[in-house]
Design a protein around this ligand. Structure first.
Ligand code: FAD
Length: 320
């Protein structure tokens, strides 16, 4: 993984699996693959009824909650809402959110590489926002390596990039790659359209309500620059699972005591990740020359401190 600071990318930070004594620093899985595999796995689990369509009209009663689905009404002792940043369940439960828009949009798209990406993720902090190129499995059509772009750009820049189109963006990215010591993957070619996603930070004031728990983006949305949003949601699920498995025999799984345990266990990790991503987003959004110089120095200093880098890496990959 290579992180390039501003000032022409001269300030850089390198992380390697070898130096960190791990098999790999991270695993990149495309969303559609994740959804496909989870969908298949759900089909093999007895007790899972899959209903394609939206759930609505959730009502929490004393010993269970009810809701409507396209297959008719359903009831459950515990409803886990994983319905995303705009969570209709969260709204129906009257849980308010705090947050702020970043005034940025993420431009997302896939690009084919002329050279091997060597499993390296590259990120550049530029005057036009944060550009990340993440290595994908080889493009099935012609076996070339491919990368996925996440470019968090100020609103006006994002609009301009969308207007220019994927081919022009490929040219910009190729120039960025060749100006730094990232693997020589250029010239890049576009593999499809660009998509634009508005970026905001958002936190639900509560993660639980009667007979309901929020997980994932329904509970918290963070800036994508550290690639940790889904990981945070998966950790919610893991914690909720652990709390439910360890419950006392006299409690049912929607017991308010269990839900509070879950909420308490997630408070600190969510706060820490939100603080880290928001702090980085603000630090690299500041164009004052003194700040630019300081963060460049910070990146170079960090690159020369292997123990601190290892600690940072362990934290980013979900270790202790
Ligand atoms: C540009 C960008 C790049 C990112 N990159 C990374 C990354 O590299 N790594 C990482 O960990 N995270 C990343 N994230 C964050 C990650 O995408 C989100 O954190 C993650 O998708 C949240 O998952 P979720 O299941 O909570 O919500 P979502 O992915 O939003 O899924 C919610 C689902 O609920 C469904 N739904 C909504 N309402 C209902 C209803 N009433 N009934 C039934 N279903 C409903 C929706 O259709 C949707 O399928 C990135 C985010 C962005 C914007």
């Amino acid at each position: 993984m290579r992180v390039h600071g501003d000032a022409g990318g001269r300030a850089a930070l390198h992380f390697g699996a070898y130096a960190s004594a791990v098999e790999r620093l991270a695993t990149i899985v495309e969303h559609r693959e994740l959804a496909r595999v989870l969908g298949t796995a759900a089909g093999y689990f007895p007790g899972i009824e899959r209903i394609d369509g939206f759930a609505s009209q959730i009502v929490a009663l004393a010993d269970h909650a009810t809701f409507s689905t396209e297959a008719g009404p359903r009831g459950a002792r515990l409803v886990v809402a994983a319905d995303g940043a705009r969570s209709p369940t969260r709204d129906a439960l009257g849980i308010a959110t705090d947050g702020k828009p970043y005034g940025q949009r993420a431009i997302v798209g896939n690009f084919g590489c002329a050279g091997p990406h060597a499993g390296t993720a590259s990120q550049w902090f530029t005057d036009d926002g944060v550009v990340a190129l993440l290595p994908l499995a080889a493009d099935r059509r012609d076996e070339r390596d491919a990368v996925s772009l996440v470019w968090s750009a100020p609103d006006a820049t994002a609009d301009r990039l969308i207007d220019e189109g994927p081919r022009a963006v490929a040219v910009r990215l190729s120039a960025l790659v060749s100006s730094s010591d990232a693997p020589a993957i250029g010239p890049l070619t576009s593999l499809g359209p660009l998509v634009k996603v508005p970026l905001a930070m958002q936190t639900a004031r509560r993660m639980v309500a009667d007979r309901c728990a929020l997980v994932g983006d329904a509970a918290h949305v963070i800036h994508p620059l550290a690639g940790q949003g889904l990981n945070l949601g998966l950790a919610d699920v893991e914690t909720l699972f652990d709390v439910l498995v360890a419950r006392e025999s006299f409690r049912d799984c929607g017991d308010v005591v269990l839900l509070r345990r879950y909420e308490r266990a997630r408070a600190e990790p969510v706060l820490a990740m939100r603080g880290m991503t928001d702090g980085l987003a603000r630090l690299f959004d500041d164009a004052r020359p003194g700040v630019v110089r300081l963060r460049g120095l910070g990146l170079c200093a960090l690159d020369r401190l292997p123990p601190l880098k290892r600690l940072l890496m362990r934290h980013a990959s979900g270790g202790a």
